[in-house]
Every structure is written in structure tokens, then in C-alpha cells.
Design a protein around this ligand. Structure first.
Ligand SMILES: [Zn+2]
Ligand SMILES: [Zn+2]
Length: 145
């Protein structure tokens, strides 16, 4: 676990993330790729460890029955992806690209790996979950809603 800082493209939204994981996950789902223009790479932090400056600049888009995506209303940078219902509430995923220092971060899992192509290859040697595997997890989550 590491404390890290970061900010959006324009700097209106800044944060300190305390107790952030030292691994990042990669997602190739269609929503993530449209949201960020490519595969999403995120680092998880306990939501209670996330201290935000410039909160009034944050817009929230609910993108599924159980998750939301936050963005800077000034510059459009994605700020977080977070579950808002189900068993994983309490954790927030922050795009790796927002972090001021990525030292020590190593890749963990890849989700929707079947949706990758030659323009967005994942890190090698990590666990990959295809859409079917992710769908099973989503079913588990939806059963708790
Ligand atoms: Zn911004
Ligand atoms: Zn995704």
C-alpha cells in the first residue's frame, strides 16, 4: 500500500489517495475504451482514503446498475470508476494516468481480454478474464442488488 497524489488534465481536481494498492488492473470493455479512448488502467484505493480537492468540478455519470464514473467538468478527464451497489462498495478505482508518480506499480489482472486488439495489447504474464468470466462476476453482483 502506498499514498499517492494526482490530478486531472486541467488541475481543477486534485487528490491524495492513502493506502492505494501497488498493482493496477487493465480493462478492455467497450465502456472503458469509449470513456478513456483506450483500455482502462486503474489502481484501487479505499474510498475513505481518498481526499479530493475541487470536488465541485466533478461530474458523476451512472454507467450501470452498480457503478459510476466521475469526470472533471472542466477538462473531461476521467477521475474514478467506482461500484455504488453490491459487495465491492467502499473501493474506488483511479486511472493510472492521473497519478503524479507511478513508481512501484505492477500489473495485476486484465478483464474483457477478448476485446483487446493490436492497438491496445495488455501487459504480459498476468491473469486475464474474458467477457464470459466477467459476466459470471457481474451475475454474482447483480444477485446482491
Ligand atoms: Zn480538469
Ligand atoms: Zn471496463
Amino acid at each position: 500500500m502506498t499514498d499517492r497524489t494526482g490530478h486531472c488534465l486541467c488541475g481543477a481536481v486534485r487528490f491524495t489517495a492513502r493506502g492505494m494498492e501497488d498493482t493496477f488492473s487493465t480493462c478492455y470493455c467497450d465502456m472503458c475504451q469509449r470513456w478513456g479512448g483506450g483500455p482502462y488502467r486503474g489502481v484501487t484505493v479505499p474510498t475513505e482514503g481518498l481526499e479530493i480537492e475541487g470536488r465541485s468540478h466533478i461530474g458523476i455519470l451512472k454507467t450501470s446498475a452498480f457503478a459510476e464514473r466521475a469526470f472533471c467538468k472542466k477538462c473531461g478527464s476521467g477521475i474514478w470508476w467506482r461500484m455504488v451497489a453490491g459487495p465491492y462498495v467502499g473501493k474506488t478505482s483511479i486511472p493510472v494516468g492521473l497519478l503524479d508518480d507511478r513508481t512501484g506499480l505492477t500489473p495485476s489482472s486484465v478483464t474483457f481480454s477478448d476485446l483487446k486488439d493490436h492497438t491496445n495489447l495488455p501487459p504480459e504474464g498476468v491473469e486475464e478474464l474474458d467477457s464470459e468470466a466477467v459476466a459470471k462476476i457481474i451475475e454474482t453482483i447483480e444477485r446482491t442488488l
